[in-house]
Each structure stands twice: as C-alpha cells, then as structure tokens.
Write a protein of this length. Structure first.
Length: 331
C-alpha cells in the first residue's frame, strides 16, 4: 500500500482525496489545507487525519507520496519541499504560471532524482487514451492533421480569472499537452485570440476565445480551438487524420438514449456540464498510473518536463497573440 497525503481540500482536492481513499493499493493517511475548516471537513468525511501543518506531512515516514491540489503559485515550493522530504509527487497542472520559475524548480530538485508526475489528466481519459494507442499502432497511417476542441460551459467568475494566469496557461495548457501527446514536440505555432464571450474577461487583460495552428517537428499539422462558453455543455473532442483514415473521440453525455418524435429525430441528452463529471474516469486512471509507477519503479508520465513544455507552448502562444506572428519553438 502506498501511503499518501493530499494537499489542498478545495473542489479538485476533495475529488483527489476521495479517489485516493477508494484506491485498492493506496492509503490516504492525511489531508492538509491552509483553510483548516476545509481540511477538517475532508478528513472527517474520509476518516483520516487533518495535518496541523506541512511539517507534519514531511516528517511522516508512512507518507510516501503527496498529491498537490493547491493554488498554482504554491506548486513550485510544495514540489521542492516534498522532494527534499523524500516524497513522490503528483501535482495538478500547471507546474507554475512563470516558465523560468518552473525551470528553476527543476534545476533545484534534479540532483535528487525526483519522482514527479504532472496532472494532465486528459491523457488518461479512456477514449483519448484509446485514440492515442490506435494512432501509435499506425491504424490511420502517419499522422497528418489533428483537431483538438475544448470549450467550457460558461466563463469562470472574475475572481478566478484574476489569478488564473490567462486562458493559455490555465485552459489551453491541457490542449498543448494533448498536442504533444498525439504528435510529439512542437516546432512552431501561430495563435489568434479574441474577446467574443465576456467583456469583463477582456477588462481583466485576458481573452476568452482562441484558435491556434501548430506544426509538429515530425511534420503533422494541428489545430486547437477554445472558448469559455458552450451553451450545449462541456465540449471536448479530438480528431486525428492520416494517410489510412481518421480517428475521433467525442463528447460524453449522461446517457446514450436517443428520442425520436414528431418534433425531433435523434434527440440526445445535453453534454455533461462539468470537467469533474466529464473526466471522472480520467482522474481515477491518472491516480492508478501514479501508484503503479511507484510500485514498479517506473518513470512518471507525464513528467515534470512535460509540464515545462506545455507551459512553454502557452507562453509562445501569448507572444503570438500579442505580436500577430508565428513563433518558432526552436530545438
């Protein structure tokens, strides 16, 4: 059994804590949050200890790994402290909002041969994973084109936007990682951004809509499109196209029932509304992959370097939106 602690007991932290508590080969030993009431509520629900401070987590030898689900500015110091304490780490994306700070973190911890996974959970979605595996097997030949669609049901509140780091580093970063997962490293990108949804997002210096073209080093072309508003639900789709055909992974609904009547044909449930629902299986599979890698002593994937590369693409996309020019990622 892998003894674990969860740091952060907000919405995503509680989901992770429940997953750890349910996992057959992990044992949730403690939770922590700077808001003691949140930690105590989660600890009471799951029957575990609410740590008084982080030192209590670092000094506990039974805690082999920590899951970091705190606010993004705390990720780097928590990763560094956990590695120093000899803990493995599963950290929610992104590594940080600042690329140089993320790189400095790795330079600080690299000598300790850290065991760190970054929580790009969409890699573990059953449909996306199956699409990736079939693509790798050559089912559609060499990848030539890919389209990644990700649209939120509605914009987050202004209080969230202010500290999010912006659309590219907060939302599109998942799609940058997915682009690399499907096509490998990216050589060049050209991004367009606009405020088409919520003027208040624009007043805060952010965009709410983007379309990005990318060229992979292996030659494939990719497109990412994001919006902060999708009136029909949480829109999440991938299409890959090659010389031998096409693979698609589509949206999820509560049921697969279709209704046929005098008013409509093939009417279906609206899309699942929340990322917590849409990616519930992915979060559980992500944790299972983390535990399995620890048990088997295998490298973590996606690792710290994947987190840095996704952030690098986000920074490059912001530059492209600002300058109106394509950005080369170099070697």
């Amino acid at each position: 059994m892998i003894g674990m602690a969860v740091l952060g007991c907000g919405r995503i932290g509680r989901l992770h804590a429940r997953n750890v508590a349910r996992h057959p080969r992990a044992r949730l030993l403690a939770v922590f949050d700077v808001l003691s009431e949140a930690a105590q509520a989660t600890a009471h629900e799951l029957g575990v200890k609410s740590a008084r401070d982080l030192d209590e987590i670092w000094s506990d030898r039974d805690i082999r790994a920590v899951l970091v689900a705190t606010t993004t500015p705390t990720h780097v110091p928590l990763i560094s402290a956990a590695v120093k304490a000899g803990k493995a780490v599963l950290c929610e994306k992104p590594v940080d909002l600042d690329l140089e700070r993320a790189r400095a973190c790795w330079n600080e911890i690299a000598a300790a041969r850290p065991v760190v996974m970054i929580g790009f959970n969409r890699r573990f979605d059953p449909s996306y994973r199956a699409l990736h595996e079939r693509l790798q097997r050559g089912e559609v030949g060499k990848l030539e084109l890919a389209i990644i669609t990700s649209r939120d049901p509605e914009p987050p509140p202004p209080s969230y936007i202010k500290g999010s780091g912006g659309l590219m580093r907060d939302m599109t970063i998942h799609d940058f990682d997915m682009a690399r997962y499907l096509a490998g490293d990216i050589a060049e990108l050209h991004a367009f951004g606009a405020n088409l949804v919520d003027p208040q997002i624009g007043s805060l210096g952010d965009i709410d809509t983007c379309a990005i073209s990318l060229r992979a080093r292996a030659g494939a072309l990719l497109q990412i499109n994001n919006s902060r508003r999708s009136v029909f639900g949480y829109d999440q789709r991938i299409e890959v196209f090659g010389s031998g055909g096409m693979l698609q992974a589509g949206n999820r609904r509560a049921t697969s029932v279709e209704a046929w009547s005098g008013e409509s044909t093939g009417a279906r449930d609206v899309l699942l509304h929340s990322f917590l629902e849409r990616y519930a299986q992915a979060y559980a599979a992500e944790l299972d992959a983390f535990v399995a890698a620890l048990e088997e002593g295998q490298p973590m994937s996606p690792g710290f370097g994947d987190g840095v590369e996704a952030l690098r693409l986000a920074v490059a996309a912001e530059e492209s939106v600002r300058t109106g020019r394509a950005v080369s990622l170099g070697s």
